[in-house]
Design a protein around this ligand. Sequence first.
Ligand code: PRT
Ligand code: MG
Length: 231
Amino acid sequence: METPIKIALSKGRIFKEALPLLAHAGIEPLDDPETSRKLILDTNQDAIKLVVIRAADVPTYVRYGAADLGIAGKDVLMEHGGDDLYEPLDLKIACCRMMVAGPENYIYNNINNNDDNFAFAQTGKRLKIATKYIKSTQRYFAEKGIQVEIIKLYGSMELGPIVGLSDLIVDLVDTGNTLKANGLAPLEHITNISSRLIVNKASMKMKDKVVKHLINSMSDAVNKLTALTTK
Ligand code: PRT
Ligand code: MG
């Protein structure tokens, strides 16, 4: 038997929202990652396996060919950076917005009269931003022509301004409930986020028939399902 095609994805919202798309493409997992401890799930097709890993690890698995395809949030892909994998399809699932957030009506000073062009917080110090999205945050503020001090966190960014670790945060926002529950508000919209199908470059060449068939059927599924939800 040929080596099976592996699709890497994370459990939780991406897995849940990818299920209907995979089903449309004829792929049905035989295990539930929420209850199974297996990291490689069999599907109804012998030739297709699902590899269940942390969301931020998906581009790495695909980049190195440990998985042929993957499903990853645009937020994760922007941090991964580089052109070391293909991103042929917007799956339009797990949608949210990347935003600057902080205390309601927070205004910072963009002082232009020094060479560094740093933004200043209301404390008079350089503006500090806590986030796990270092590259996106850097790029966003660089495009505004200001430098900020970025503090790398791995989660619970909302805590930053509350405990005085940072003035603002950059995080993903869906309903806005998490921000609100922590006394914060969305301030600036950076970009819209959705999950993308990504493909290993060698797999695209070597397994082109199977991979292209999968891309096409997933694309069909996206069109059908978005047509249903926008009706
Ligand atoms: O949670 P874990 O540490 O295991 O990993 P992860 O956070 O990387 O994975 P997961 O499954 O939480 O998120 C996977 C992907 O889902 C992300 O990479 C995004 O592309 C996408 N996504 C869509 C989101 C959200 N919506 C989202 N709302 N990821 C995270 N959130 C979080 C956000 O960070 C904040 O804490 O939900 C909170 C805000 O939600 P609201 O509804 O309160 O605004
Ligand atoms: Mg999470």
